[in-house]
Design a protein around this ligand. Structure first.
Ligand code: NA7
Length: 317
């Protein structure tokens, strides 16, 4: 099996600014914003929150990632619990449901504070509705308010301040997050009860995952015929099937450039969450099941940290 090299980790550019911010006329909330998780998404979001004048307190499991934020004016804390103590509204943005739960229920986690009166907790990590309900219940039992605010979009869209926020839960928290959401997103939707936003986000991810596998399979067939992938993409661009995303992903597949905008491991995690969700409803998802198998196998080929477009490699193996 060929050795697949990991994509280079890109350091956050603290000086980059989305062009969109100038037009948005943002007046920063006076609340102290806590932020747990400075991965690619979290870093981009926090950088822009600081730029738009928010007072920010941060924590990350790997402490080194906090350094540029300390230099930019953020207060760095030792534990999630310390962040909650210091902040009014606390955002969490980590890899998966397990990480999200650990930060709330675990050692030095959010609930260790016991009394969350006057605190609001906002879950941005991609999670399933059941996890979100568990977290929301935990926060509520400690008298806190909870909002799930799922972020839909790629790392590039985050860098451009063009995410879409899908929110559910406490409406007052949604309103209070206005200046933060305006900094990072082009649209926000309040979708009602806790769980609804997670469902909508995962449904959108299903469309994305299935579409990428369809695109990859078709392009791999073209490749076997020795038809130029660039020609296929140029023609595809003229059809009514084209979409900005499929065109961009098609070009990445043609170039073999899988710079992680939406990591493949995240895509597979989302498909797994979708299938679990559907299982509980006895809803048949045959296409998503196969799509999940394809992503799972591509992970095993070594492409976890590459972009989801690396699923093309499955069909070329
Ligand atoms: P990244 O860049 O892979 O970053 C993941 C972050 O999650 C990073 O800060 C990790 O800390 C953190 N993490 C992961 N697991 C844990 C646990 N168990 N405990 C604490 N912290 C953890 O992902 P993105 O920023 O692109 O995406 C984050 C979310 O936004 C994801 O749900 C997307 O779907 C939307 P580390 O730095 O490794 O110590």
């Amino acid at each position: 099996r060929p050795v697949v090299t990991r994509p280079e980790t890109q350091a956050i550019d603290m000086n980059s600014r989305p062009n969109t911010l100038a037009e948005r006329d943002i007046v920063a909330s006076e609340q102290t914003i806590g932020f747990l998780g400075l991965g690619m998404m979290g870093s981009t979001i926090v950088k822009d929150l600081i730029y738009t004048g928010h007072k920010v307190v941060v924590w990350n499991r790997t402490i080194d990632k906090c350094q540029p934020f300390a230099e930019a004016g953020a207060d760095v804390k030792d534990t999630p619990m310390d962040v909650v103590e210091a902040a009014d509204v606390i955002f969490c943005c980590v890899s998966d449901p397990k990480g999200a739960k650990d930060l709330v229920f675990g050692n030095c986690g959010v609930l260790q504070l016991k009394d969350l009166r006057n605190k609001a907790y906002v879950e941005m990590s991609t999670i399933d509705p059941d996890t979100s309900m568990d977290i929301g219940e935990g926060i509520k039992q400690c008298n806190g308010r909870y909002l799930e605010a799922q972020i839909h979009g790629s790392r590039q869209e985050a860098a451009e301040g063009m995410l879409i926020i899908l929110a559910g839960g406490d409406r007052s928290v949604f309103e209070e997050c206005h200046s933060c959401f305006k900094t990072i997103a082009k649209n926000t939707f309040f979708l009602g009860n806790v769980g609804n936003a997670c469902k909508v986000n995962l449904i959108l991810q299903t469309i994305l995952g299935v579409s990428l596998v369809g695109l990859a399979e078709a392009l791999a067939l073209a490749d076997r015929f020795s038809i130029s992938l660039n020609d296929i993409i140029d023609i595809f661009d003229l059809t009514s099937m084209k979409s900005p995303l499929l065109l961009a992903k098609g070009k990445e597949m043609a170039k073999g450039d899988f710079n992680p905008q939406q990591p493949l491991s995240h895509m597979q995690r989302d498909l797994r969450l979708v299938l679990n969700m559907a299982e509980n409803l006895d809803q048949s998802m045959p296409v998503t099941s196969i799509t999940n198998e394809v992503f799972k196998h591509t992970k095993r080929l070594g492409y976890s940290e590459h972009d989801s477009s690396a699923v093309f490699s499955y069909f070329c193996a």
